[in-house]
Design a protein around this ligand. Structure first.
Ligand SMILES: O=P(O)(O)OC[C@H]1O[C@](O)(COP(=O)(O)O)[C@@H](O)[C@@H]1O
Ligand SMILES: [Mn+2]
Length: 620
């Protein structure tokens, strides 16, 4: 072996030892959240505080050194360093004592939290000043006075405090899973995506709401109308206009010409006082315009896709447009607050010339929205229909089941599909649709709408979505959306185990994690089901759903010792202050989980194999 090769072998051997050692470290802490529904502020507060974990760690690290007030101040600083620094007076901040003390505490906590991570990983979490951070955290010989002087002299204190605080946030959450429904109802889904794009480690399982945004951006005009309708319904057309730069002026004009205020379409605005009567009227009319185009397009789609088996949703066939009556399940209901002025009763699903022009203009604007396209691409890159990760199955809604617990099947494009193969088929169609944005009515594009409303959609999983009835029929019986048997059967351990087996996950230590159905904590519903095998983490991040849940969301945390579910209490989470929380144990690991037991190990083992081969080649 020549001397160059000898050096390479020595280097590779060290690298090999380092990789093998990292397999023996405890696994990193995973966080799971779902159904964020545009509530960026609430979401980012939870993330920055590690859902209360930072408070806990400060307590363990400083319990006999800092009183409660000093601990709370430190927590406030870490979870929101920029705001906290603004609140400290200039004089106080300029003193070396304050700077030294603050940085010293942050460094102690960083060291306390970084025990299970390699030095490289820790340093990689620093966004800037890595040389000083390295010295502060790892130097045994450096002179602390000298660093402190440099920090003051170069006025680096604020930047360092912010960097260290963010490192502590990242050390608290090693990896984040978002189990769907980032979009709709709340004010700032775009900001959530911006945040996630810069996040150090994240994956996403698409929810039915995310899927309609993806469809809307990549060719489906029904999905496009659906998201406009929902934005108008919740008073957030701003998301489209401001965040995504979509031109809605032609729609506003059309809506004012054809529709008048309608009590069935009053927008659900959060704070009525801040919305002008004109804006409310605009949203009311836009919602009607979008809904009517959506209903027409849905009717056309159901006719061209008999394999979706949705003929019972060909609602126009059951409507008497003269008498304004609709038949459903053998009963006749009168239609109220109708706005059918663009409907021709002989051809109810045909769009008027103006509607067609409007759809074409909106399509162009959606296609050309750089930011929307970039966000959807991010959802495609980081997302999937489901994910098997560290023995858990992450899935937004359900795996469609028959009442006897067997997998429900549906024939699509000639293939009889059920269980895992059904969901894999859906994923293939989502990617196909998104890869061909110019195709507007092909099978894969129609499939994205199916995933929003379909009975066998794993993201929806209800017999029908009764949007039309909710607007136009007073009898609430017609609004009922019967849930798939899964939602009841998941209480049963053996059903959960059977599903885990279908996804090649082991019986012990594995869980299914769902979002999608708000847990009615207020009525005593338990989010932990199937004797601990399944956890539903939709706890109502969405303000609109907090009446249903009685809380304001869950965060599931899985570390090397097991799983804990954090419940966020209502009312306190919208401030930047530390939050009130309840924690419950979901599961204790049968033994401490190490990186070698995780999904990440696959990557490391692959690297190890490659290095071993390189060494053999060099030694030959
Ligand atoms: O609360 P809204 O805006 O009326 O929406 C109700 C609709 O939302 C859905 O619940 C779907 O949304 P989720 O995925 O958030 O449950 C439908 O089943 C239902 O028809
Ligand atoms: Mn959902």
């Amino acid at each position: 072996m020549n001397s160059d090769n000898k050096i390479s072998v020595r280097y590779l051997t060290e690298e090999l030892a380092h990789l093998k050692a990292s397999l023996e470290l405890p696994k990193g802490t995973e966080y799971f959240m779902s159904d964020l529904h545009g509530e960026y502020h609430h979401f980012s507060t939870v993330i920055r505080s590690g859902a209360g974990t930072i408070k806990e760690k400060i307590h363990y690290c400083f319990f006999n050194q800092l009183d409660e007030k000093a601990q709370t101040d430190l927590e406030s600083l870490i979870i929101n360093p920029e705001t906290f620094l603004e609140s400290v007076s200039k004089e106080e901040k300029a003193t070396e004592d304050w700077i030294d003390l603050t940085i010293d505490r942050l460094v102690s906590l960083t060291k306390f939290l970084s025990g299970k991570y390699s030095k490289e990983k820790i340093i990689s979490l620093a966004s800037e000043h890595t040389d000083i951070i390295d010295e502060l955290l790892f130097s045994t010989s450096g002179d602390p006075k000298k660093i402190s002087k440099r920090i003051t002299r170069e006025k680096l204190a604020d930047e360092l405090i912010i960097t260290l605080s963010q490192m502590i946030q990242k050390l608290t959450i090693d990896h984040l899973h978002i189990i769907g429904d980032i979009y709709d109802r709340g004010p700032a889904p775009d900001k959530i995506i911006d945040f996630l794009q810069n996040y150090h480690s994240v994956d996403i399982q698409w929810g039915n709401h995310d899927i309609t945004w993806m469809g809307a951006a990549r060719g489906s005009n029904i999905c496009l109308m659906n998201i406009i309708r929902i934005c108008a319904r919740y008073g957030h057309l701003n998301i489209l206009e401001k965040a995504y730069d979509i031109n809605l002026n032609p729609l506003y004009h059309f809506a004012f010409v054809y529709y008048k205020d309608n009590p069935a379409f009053v927008p659900k605005t959060e704070d009525d006082a801040t919305v002008s009567p004109h804006q409310k009227s605009l949203m009311n009319r836009v919602q009607q315009a979008a809904a009517m185009i959506q209903f027409k397009l849905e009717h056309q789609l159901i006719k061209r896709r008999p394999e979706f088996k949705m003929n019972h949703r060909l609602l126009f066939n059951n409507i008497d447009f003269d008498q304004l009556l609709m038949e459903k399940n053998g009963k006749v209901y009168s239609l109220e607050n109708t706005c059918f002025q663009t409907i021709c009763s002989k051809h109810p699903d045909v769009l008027t010339t103006e509607e067609l022009e409007l759809v074409a203009m909106l399509r162009l604007s959606f296609d050309q929205s750089e930011k929307l396209q970039e966000h959807v691409q991010f959802l495609l890159d980081k997302g999937s229909m489901y994910l098997c990760y560290n023995d858990n199955l992450l899935l937004h809604g359900c795996l469609p089941l028959n009442p006897d617990g067997s997998f429900q099947s549906i024939t699509l494009q000639g293939e009889k599909l059920s269980g895992k193969s059904l969901i894999d088929f859906y994923e293939k169609q989502v990617r196909l649709c998104c890869a061909h944005p110019k195709k507007e009515t092909d099978f894969s594009t129609d499939m994205l709408w199916y995933l929003w409303v379909g009975e066998f959609s794993s993201l929806f999983g209800k017999k029908e979505m009764t949007t039309f009835e909710r607007y136009f029929i007073a009898d609430k019986g017609t609004h009922y959306e019967e849930k798939n048997a899964y939602y009841q059967l998941r209480n049963n351990q053996s059903v959960c185990e059977n599903i885990l087996k279908e996804f090649n996950l082991p019986k012990d230590d594995a869980h299914i994690i769902n979002g999608h159905t708000p847990i009615k904590e207020v009525k005593g519903e338990n989010p932990i089901k199937g004797n601990g095998k399944l956890i539903v983490i939709d706890g109502g991040f969405s303000k609109a759903y907090q009446k249903t849940t009685g809380i304001s969301g869950y965060t599931l945390i899985s570390n090397s010792f097991g799983m804990q579910l954090v419940t966020h209490q209502k009312g306190v989470v919208h401030s930047n202050k530390p939050q009130a929380l309840i924690r419950r144990l979901v599961d204790r690991a049968s033994r401490r989980k190490l990186i070698k037991d995780t999904t990440e190990a696959e990557k490391l083992n692959h690297q190890i194999k490659k290095i071993k081969q390189q060494i053999v080649t060099l030694e030959q």
